[in-house]
Design a protein around this ligand. Structure first.
Ligand code: GRF
Length: 222
């Protein structure tokens, strides 16, 4: 099967980048990372990429006066590397319409909340303060809003009474590492169809027998 050529944009630790690399190396994700771009020269993600001999490029947003100029530079790098799909993995800058038009419906993001609840920043803390019983993560296509694009996959985790921002973030992150490579694989297989706000994944079996309850309840069947 043909591999999808991806460019991964990072700003920080790069644990999602790592999960993508691992799934590719294990033959479970038909993708090729053509370049990793970081806006942050000190991002640990860059070390992870180099360790796996990937092409890396720092495009520091502080070097650009206008957001469009920063985006234009990234577009140039991505196009020179023949990237088909842009994967935002812990990338902390908002892209301009200029960028999104260059890669229309070809930019994915992962967000550590169950959108449309808690868009933006520090969302695990917001979820705790709100008192939700479930949290989770979302992979979505990027549109020109912040965390508003059509949703591809979500995963749900429970929120426990004694959770801190860190324990909840870690529980969510484990799910991020599972669903992001899966979403990219769906894209690679050409199985994602956007119908307005809705993304339909071709050929998935859906069932309601794994519903989640909080607090957990025992269902008696007679
Ligand atoms: C993740 O929760 C991601 O969803 C968010 O930043 C966090 C760190 O990601 N946007 P990573 O370890 O840099 O992939």
């Amino acid at each position: 099967m043909k591999k999808v050529k991806i460019g991964v944009l990072v700003s920080g630790s790069g644990s999602n980048l790592q999960s993508i690399i691992d799934q590719i190396e294990q033959g479970r994700l038909q993708a090729e990372i053509k370049v990793v771009i970081s806006n942050n020269p000190n991002a640990y993600a860059l070390e992870r990429a180099s360790r796996h001999h990937l092409a890396v490029q720092v495009v520091n947003h502080l070097d650009f006066r206008q957001r469009e100029d920063f985006d234009r530079q990234m577009i140039e790098v991505l196009m020179a590397c023949d990237v088909e799909l842009v994967v935002l993995a812990g990338f902390m800058r908002v892209l301009t319409p200029l960028f999104l038009h260059s890669f229309s419906r070809r930019v994915l993001n992962i967000h550590p909340a169950l959108l449309p609840a808690f868009p933006g920043l520090h969302v695990q803390q917001q979820a705790l303060e709100y008192g939700v019983k479930f949290a989770g993560c979302t992979v979505h296509f990027v549109d020109d809003g912040v965390d508003t694009g059509p949703i591809i996959i979500q995963a749900v985790v429970p929120v426990f009474d004694d959770d801190t921002e860190d324990t909840l973030a870690a529980r969510i992150l484990r799910e991020e590492h599972r669903i992001y490579p899966q979403a990219i694989q769906f894209y690679a297989e050409g199985r994602l169809e956007v119908q307005g706000r809705k993304v339909v994944v071709a050929d998935v079996r859906q069932s309601d027998d794994k519903a989640s309850y909080n607090p957990p309840v025992v269902i008696f069947t007679t």
